[in-house]
Each structure stands twice: as C-alpha cells, then as structure tokens.
Design a protein around this ligand. Structure first.
Ligand code: FE
Length: 305
C-alpha cells in the first residue's frame, strides 16, 4: 500500500538519487511476473506475510542474493535458508482483552484460548485468513497436528459469533461488548489508538494487549519482506535497496509508519511499541510456517473456522 511504501522510497531517493517506479497490486502479481518472464521490468518484490512471500520463491520468481549486510542485519530464522527472501519487519499476533474482563487477565498462552471457560467470549476473523493460518502453522510446529486441531476446535467452540471482519473489527466487537477476547496483529492496536477517528480511539482504549507464551516458546510473529526479482536487470541496485531496508533509518520507519517491529537486532524497538509490552518471540524458522500452511489450512477446514 502506498502509505506504507512511499516513505521508504522517499528516504532512499534522498540518499541515493535512484529513480524508482512502483506497481502496487493487491493480487495477481506473481502471475503477472510469471507471464512477463525474462521481459519483466521488476527488480524488487515486497509483500507481507511469509506464506505470500513464499509463493514468489515457489514459482521461481526470486533471485538468490548473496549479501553479508542482509545476513548480518536479519536473524537467520527470519530469512530464506536459500537466500531468496528476507524479512524487514515483524508483526506479533497478540491477544487483546477487554479492560473490564478482569478474569481474562489470567490468559497467558494461545493454548489458554481453547479452555471451555471462555465459551462465548472470543471474537476472531475467519481461520483461513493468512494471519490465523500462520498462527496455526506455528502451533503445528510446536505441538503437532492433533494438538493444533484440538486447539482450533476449542477456540472455534468459544467464539461469541460467526467468524467475520478484519482484526480491527474484533477490537470494535470487544468495545461493543460482543466479546471480551480477540486475536489481532499488534499494529492494528497502534492504528486504532492513533486513529484520526475518535470512535476508533475508543475501541483501542477498551482493550489491553497480552503477548502470549512468554513462559515457553514466545509470541508468534509474522513478517513483511521481499527479495530481488529473478529477471532483474539491476540486481546490485536491487540488493542495495534491500540492504537499505535493514538500516537503522529504514527499520525505524517500520515502527513509525505501521507500528511494526524492527528485524535488525541492533535497532531498538520504538518507545510507543515498547509501552504496549515487551516480549520474546517464537524463534521457529519462519520458512517452516510457509511449509506448514497447507497442513494448517486442512485443520481450519476440518474445524470450519
Ligand atoms: Fe494487516
């Protein structure tokens, strides 16, 4: 989306005077790159969610990149073992609870959400959305398919209403008293908290965030990321741009624009994000999430979430 990308382009242009053309696409970009083949004018591909990123690798649309800077600035679990894609920011899938539901403060793990004591108290978007699918994939990695299936069934049985809406709509539902517990990406809390619409600020004010699984594997994170197009005619320029995205200046932008966490361990998490809570993340190889996504989808289909 332009509001996310433009500040990075502007910062890079100011630094390097590089001319950059952008195509924004909500879908069909991989198909387009495939159809263009070697004639494709694309140099860099950027997207969100590991499963979407992996599509480009799967379709052989990404070049292998050998960059010491990228290796140094991005932890190994957040990049492709084959060096084709790289994470540039992290987003945490957190639990938002109503400030009025005192009992919900006892929730410490994703696993707790399947407890029948939360019957009729949870709101969620459809399970098949990439954010929930990735979370379930992380649970398959942690405890196997059967445990993940039992968990998904338990959460589904606890839903206050049919799965619907996006992550923001779940916070709204908590504000409206439809439910007390929601699963959301952390940055939506920031967007609502700092929204120019006063009613959205009220939604955010109604909830508190829990960063799950701090006593064990850590909170599930997903990524935004990218790579160099396989048929790029400006490969070294493209790598230079990706390296820029891991620099302090660009890493700070991810937090400032969209309340996302830096991947570069040398860059401090912005103060605003720290004020919502600090946490340890699940450090499973993010590539594994993409591998397990089809299995996770089967779990979601069986449950009907
Ligand atoms: Fe999102």
């Amino acid at each position: 989306q332009p509001f996310l990308i433009k500040p990075f382009i502007d910062a890079y242009k100011a630094k390097t005077d590089t001319k950059i053309n952008i195509v924004y696409a909500s879908k069909g970009l991989a198909q387009r790159l495939q159809a263009e083949g070697a004639r494709s004018p694309a140099d860099v591909i950027l997207t969100v969610d590991i499963a979407r990123l992996n599509v480009y690798a799967d379709k052989d649309l990404l070049a292998v990149v050998n960059s010491e800077t990228l290796k140094k600035n991005i932890p190994a679990h957040l990049r492709d073992p084959g060096d084709r894609w790289f994470a540039f920011s992290k987003r945490a899938r957190v639990i938002a609870i109503s400030k009025q539901a005192k009992d919900a403060s006892s929730i410490k793990r994703y696993e707790d959400l399947a407890n029948p004591k939360w019957r009729g108290r949870i709101c969620s978007r459809p399970g098949s959305h990439v954010y929930n699918r990735a979370l379930i994939a992380s649970m398959i990695h942690a405890g196997g398919v059967e445990a993940a299936q039992n968990w998904a069934q338990g959460v589904f049985d606890n839903l206050a209403r049919r799965p619907q809406g996006n992550d923001r709509a779940q916070v709204k539902a908590v504000f409206e008293g439809v439910c007390d517990i929601a699963i959301i990406n952390n940055y939506y809390f920031g967007k609502l908290k700092h929204s120019d619409k006063p009613n959205q600020r009220d939604w955010a004010a109604a909830v508190r965030l829990i960063f799950p699984n701090q006593g064990d594997r850590g909170t599930h994170v997903n990524i935004s990321g990218g790579g160099v197009a396989k048929h790029s005619k400006h490969k070294s320029e493209a790598v230079r741009f990706l390296e820029f995205l891991t620099s302090k200046a660009a890493q700070d932008l991810y937090g400032a624009i969209n309340y996302e966490y830096p991947v570069n361990p040398a860059v401090e998490t912005p103060k605003e994000l720290r004020s919502w809570g600090t946490f340890n993340e699940d450090q499973m190889p993010i590539a594994r999430i993409a591998e397990l996504a089809p299995e996770a989808q089967k779990v979601i289909d069986r449950v009907g979430w």
